[in-house]
Design a protein around this ligand. Structure first.
Ligand SMILES: [Zn+2]
Length: 135
């Protein structure tokens, strides 16, 4: 008997970091504090997807902490994307496995990042010590 073939989704996660702290959202369904992120949409790059997810879920415009490295092959048909901090496969019960591109981001200048737990329309949002999972 062979194992069922895995199916994958591509997702991106953004850790919005500042002064050793990171922004987490409390997902009401799961009851967990998690960084913002979600599925990459058709026709979307991972770079665009992670910035869109962070904006949709937090209302904050974000930018990458580091610029993309120059492409290995230089011509006008090659461009670099930002390198994720990590790429991992996550088993999602009752769903496909996720290939998760995980980035460190910073809020763009002028964005108000809450220091206290703040309720948004869908979730609570908070900056926590990067080593903590519980605000
Ligand atoms: Zn999925």
């Amino acid at each position: 008997m062979t194992a069922p073939e895995r199916r994958y989704c591509f997702v991106a996660t953004g850790y919005l970091v500042r002064d050793g702290r990171t922004l987490l959202l409390k997902h009401k369904k799961l009851g967990l504090w998690l960084p913002p992120g979600g599925h990459i949409e058709p026709g979307e790059t991972t770079d665009a997807g992670v910035l869109r997810e962070v904006l949709e879920e937090t209302g904050l415009e974000a930018a990458f902490v580091t610029p993309p490295r120059a492409p290995v092959m230089r011509n006008d048909r090659v461009e670099s994307l930002h390198e994720p901090q990590r790429v991992q496969i996550e088993e999602i019960p009752g769903h496909n496995h996720h290939i998760d591109f995980i980035y460190y981001l910073r809020a763009k200048a002028g964005a108000h990042v809450p220091d206290e737990v703040r309720e948004t329309g869908r979730d609570a949002i908070c900056l926590v010590e990067a080593s903590s999972r519980n605000p």
